[in-house]
Design a protein around this ligand. Sequence first.
Ligand SMILES: Cc1ncc(COP(=O)(O)O)c(C=O)c1O
Length: 353
Amino acid sequence: MSEIHANRWYTNFGPLNSRFETEMARFLKETGSAKLETGTFSSATTALELMLRAKRLGKEAKVLIPALTFPATALSVLNASYQPVFADVDRHSWLLTPEIARAAHAVEPLDAVVPVATYGKPLDGEAWLKFQQETGVQVFWDAAAVLGQQAVPEDITSVFSLHATKPFGVGEGGLVATSDLETLERARSLSNFGFIGPGGMVQQTGTNAKFGEYYAAVGLQQIARWGEVVERRRKISEFYWKELKKLGNRIELQAGCGEEYIPATLQIYAKGKGGAIFDALAEAGIQTRRWYLPLLHEHPALHDIPFIDNMQAEEALPVSLELAEGLVGLPFHAFLSEDNIREICDIVVGVIS
Ligand SMILES: Cc1ncc(COP(=O)(O)O)c(C=O)c1O
């Protein structure tokens, strides 16, 4: 904070913002990504919207997105003036996979696809890269919740959220990681009203979606304490898995959850029992969320978004509709005690047995 005040530079790509971008490029490399450029934005939503816009996909470009995601995925595509198209997710990973996108592209040619690292499950870099190379369809990852656990390959543009609810929480903010420097520069300009070059000339109709120096300062601190954050989350998750395993196959977790990665939010699937678990936890004074329900097509403002091949929801989304009946998020944060976790799991057992 004193550095910001000494600099008398509070926003507009200041020195702390530059340092944060450089440090984040290093952080990504250390967590398995290629050597990438990073760019900050006011949120992951504006970052995705402006990267999509800056890519200039063409009027009415079709962009495939999953129906099981946070609404921001669809809103970014709509705000970029493209046509989102809903796809289902894979039953095992609960994600929009390259196989699903390939099948969709075969019936309805796509311009881009935005797979989502839903609930903080890392996306498959190799498979998405192969998809992009083979089909020529642009891939933009909505990796909002998976910063720190997602390896980003060189040719895939990825967007992370720095929102307070994310493991790498800064407050508000979005981070782009990409090797597509031309698009990133245009997106940066769009985040600054569309000014390009000296003299403050509006060269494209932008907005204000910049990341200020205060957030960059918090971000730099978050990098410094990341090891500690991960350690706390790892301990909580280990205890949780031990308790959840006692429930046997009456509940299902997202593939690899807790074993291959630590999720951002902990969703369980209990066939047909999502609502009942939510109610039982609420009755005990334990607040939770049924992420990401309702499914996107059920939101009034997103109701007109089409499904692949103009199908109806029941035909287009069998897996998402099945998951919707059983998904419920359990409290999952670094300050849970073992007693808290036992209490939560006991309530879940009470509903499913
Ligand atoms: C999948 C997904 N995409 C996008 C966002 C939006 O991120 P932000 O709040 O930084 O705009 C979120 C936030 O929760 C998210 O979960």
